[in-house]
Design a protein around this ligand. Structure first.
Ligand code: ZN
Length: 99
């Protein structure tokens, strides 16, 4: 899976949509230059929160990869009714890879 490498950050300013006056949009930049995403939300804070979550995606992906690589799934052993944290991390990785 490939994605734009570098430091992803929310620009931390949001612009109100002129048409409806409710939704705001903001950007996520890589290395302060490349726009990798445009986030929106009903209200400034929601748009910024969505952008911060997107900006954290590369780090979250790497953290999930480290968990999957470093720990064994315990679903079968524990007969857990819900997937264990390792399986949840694997599912998040698969979601990111989905094409
Ligand atoms: Zn599991």
């Amino acid at each position: 899976m490939s994605y734009t490498k570098g430091k992803w950050e929310s620009v931390e300013t949001a612009v109100r949509n002129r048409r409806d006056g409710v939704f705001y949009h903001t950007d996520v930049l890589c290395n302060d230059t490349i726009r990798v995403a445009r986030s929106s939300g009903a209200g400034k804070e929601l748009a910024l929160s969505n952008a911060r979550l997107i900006a954290a995606a590369p780090e979250l992906l790497e953290a999930c990869r480290a968990v999957v690589k470093g720990f064994e799934c315990e679903c079968i052993k524990d007969q857990a009714p819900v997937p264990c944290e390792i399986c949840q991390c694997q599912a998040a990785i698969e979601k990111a890879k989905k094409q």
